[in-house]
Write a protein that binds this ligand. Structure first.
Ligand code: NAD
Length: 435
């Protein structure tokens, strides 16, 4: 099939590359001329494990190319994906200007029947708006389908190539057939393609992300209570996660969720609820708790230093919103670093992939090439992202480099029994402090 993907970010590039891998002819389109120039030179502008192999193979075999020209890019395409940003607008609702802008442009340039697939996360009713925007100027038949994306950054290729399920919102039989054919190679093991109407598909994505955000947040509140009652949240996690009704995943306590999806999607669903006159109280609580949770370790840190961080050097491990990505959108690390600077501390930081992105926003901290370099003469270490390479560090080496042996761990990386052997003071989330 000939496919076009409009928007070549985390979702668009993975979608385009993976559909090229299953034998389709794919053109990815983006308005960012720098990004397209890099892609045309064979450079991948994001960090996503495993993407490079597929990207290089499909370019070499002539199935994947890139352009800034929408008219050229969609020529002959049977399926046109919209993988465009839907950032929060001023009032918290998803801003549809990118989606509707492209929809307006598509009408007059469609030359034959095409299925326009909305892959972006969009509020209920968007497919109808896209349909209307294209129809205003279109001279050919087309269908608009909602096909929300569930990939996780860091394991995006695996998620895309072997999805738990594919959700497709359409009431058109013609579009359904095209989508079935396109996804068939990805669901050969029998994972379901679930067809529903457009509104339900749009709602499914928000329900999934909000539920996961709520699960994390609930566990964070259990952790906060654990600290007060003297219980260990690690044990609670194992104790409840083994219950198949609850499940093991998304139960790790920490300094809250971030990223380009959960914060904005929870906010957008809350906004939709308000618009429809429904007071979605659990969502409001999730947002408020997560906001507080992000900087929960800052008061613990200041208390440890008798209320004064001025002149201290705080080392930071982890900047990305989660491991295995360079994405820093809404990363808890950012808010924490700003709080540390405001309190007069100096910050040295290390992250395997996200330092360049953070340096553009926060140039005034010191970026180091190794985790240990960040610890040199540091008065404390704070951990904000659970990168695997932080899990078994050389504590002896760390102790020798640092001015004080103290760790504030926002991701509960270490067993308390391990830390006790090291002589470090240690503060984490939902467990006893060692000091
Ligand atoms: P992104 O910001 O990484 O990429 C969006 C791309 O669209 C950018 O490269 C931008 O230059 C381009 N763009 C903007 N306007 C354009 C236009 N008029 N024409 C062509 N290109 C244009 O965003 P993303 O993370 O890929 O997310 C895209 C959508 O997918 C969002 O709605 C998001 O909520 C959803 N989503 C994201 C993830 C994720 O993990 N990132 C997962 C599931 C769903």
């Amino acid at each position: 099939m000939k496919i076009a993907v409009v928007g070549t970010g985390y979702v668009g590039l993975v979608t385009g590359t993976c559909f090229a891998e299953t034998g389709n002819q794919v053109t990815c389109i983006d308005i960012d001329t720098n990004k397209v120039a890099r892609l045309q030179k064979g450079e991948i502008p994001i960090y996503e494990p495993g993407l490079d192999v597929l990207f290089e193979r499909n370019i070499a075999e002539g199935r994947l190319d890139f352009t800034t020209n929408l008219t050229e890019g969609i020529k002959g395409a049977e399926v046109i994906f919209l993988a465009l940003p839907t950032p929060p607008g001023e009032d918290g609702s998803a801003d549809l200007k990118y989606i509707l802008g492209v929809a307006n442009d598509l009408g007059p340039i469609l030359e034959q029947y095409a299925v326009i697939v909305d892959k972006s996360t969009v509020p209920v009713g968007t497919a109808e708006k896209v349909q209307a925007a294209i129809a205003r100027n279109a001279n050919v038949e087309f269908d608009v389908v909602s096909n929300p994306e569930f990939l996780r950054e860091g394991v995006a290729i695996e998620d895309f190539m072997k999805p738990d399920r594919v959700v497709i919102g359409t009431t058109s039989e013609r579009a359904q057939k095209v989508m079935e054919k396109l996804y068939a190679p990805l669901v050969r093991q029998g994972n379901p393609v679930i067809f529903m109407d457009e509104r339900s598909a749009e709602m499914t994505k928000y329900a999934a992300n909000s539920f996961l955000a709520m699960k994390i947040t609930f566990m964070n509140e259990i952790a906060n209570l654990c600290e007060r009652v003297g219980a260990n949240v690690d044990d609670i996690r194992k104790g409840i996660g083994t219950d198949s009704r609850i499940g093991k995943r998304f139960l790790f306590a920490g300094i809250g969720y971030g990223g380009s999806c959960f914060p904005k999607d929870v906010q957008a669903l809350a906004k939709t609820s308000t618009e429809y006159g429904y007071d979605f109280r659990t969502l409001e609580a999730v947002m408020a708790v997560n906001e507080d949770q992000k900087t929960r370790l800052i008061p613990t840190l200041t208390d440890h230093f008798d209320g004064n961080l001025r002149g201290l050097t705080i080392a930071v491990w982890g900047l990305a919103f989660k491991p295995n990505t360079d994405d820093i959108r809404e990363a808890p690390a950012l808010e924490n670093i700003k709080a540390l600077l405001a309190l007069g501390a100096r910050v040295t930081a290390y992250d395997p992939e996200a330092m360049n992105n953070v340096a553009k926003l926060i140039p005034e901290i010191t970026y180091c090439h190794t985790p240990y370099a960040a610890l040199d003469e540091a008065d404390a270490l704070m951990i904000f992202t659970e990168w695997p390479q932080f899990r078994t560090p050389d504590f002896e080496k760390m102790g020798k480099l640092m001015n004080n042996k103290v760790i504030f761990d926002g991701r509960n990386l270490y067993d308390l029994s391990v830390i006790k052997e090291t002589g470090f003071a240690y503060y984490s989330i939902g467990r006893d402090s060692i000091n």
